[in-house]
Ligand binder design. Structure first.
Ligand code: SAM
Length: 187
């Protein structure tokens, strides 16, 4: 099952098919990086859609206790913020045999550099976004996809940074309708 609302998270049902469409553009047999895993709602989808790719899913899995109120109103089922990583490890990772979990921050804690065909960002945007996308762009192979969520009213920094990358690299931004998804293809 590539979408499970019972896994706490942010990916919405409306974004499932558009994200699958983006996955279909990933160069064959290339490696994929997922930045911002949380409990792995997105990981399930990437794993199922890209069975021939190795997926490296990176997150520091910080202590989410301070976000408790936000979490329980925005992400579905009730859970303890301290259990996010445990939910990922026990309910998601066993279903994803092509996923390697990396605990840390992108880009500094990622040492996978070869044959990267897609980097998917689902972080909480901040003013580091541009630097993250820029580092990701350099890692991608030709025809690789830089993509993510939060190109939306709540993602002011994401929008600013995606637009800047688009201008710098002279590539168009693709925005699947009625979603917060965005992507660009490296040419
Ligand atoms: C919106 S949640 C991810 C939601 C998840 N992808 C889903 O489908 O529900 C954002 C996550 O990004 C992580 N994060 C933020 N900055 C990061 C970075 N630079 N590298 C890796 N993870 C990061 C946070 O720890 C948090 O778990």
């Amino acid at each position: 099952m590539s979408f499970d609302e019972n896994i706490p998270g942010w990916l919405t049902l409306d974004e499932v098919q558009p994200l699958k469409n983006i996955c279909s553009l990933v160069p064959k047999n290339s490696n994929v990086i997922e930045v911002g895993v949380f409990a792995g709602r997105g990981t399930l989808l990437l794993s199922e859609e890209l069975p021939n790719s190795k997926i490296y899913s990176i997150d520091p899995w910080i202590d989410y206790t301070k976000l408790e109120n936000v979490l329980n109103t925005t992400v579905g089922r009730r859970f303890r913020p301290t259990d996010v990583q445990k939910i990922f490890q026990t309910e998601v990772l066993p279903l994803c045999n092509n996923v390697t979990a990396i605990q840390g921050m992108f880009p500094e804690n990622l040492n996978v550099k070869d044959n990267i065909g897609m980097i998917y960002f689902d972080t909480w945007g901040n003013d580091r976004d541009y630097n993250l996308y820029s580092a990701a762009w350099d890692l991608l192979i030709n025809n690789g996809i830089l993509c993510g969520r939060s190109f939306s009213s709540w993602g002011e920094n994401v929008i600013k940074s995606v637009r800047k990358i688009s201008r710098d690299k002279n590539v168009p931004i693709q925005l699947p309708p009625s979603t917060s998804l965005w992507y660009m293809i490296k040419k």
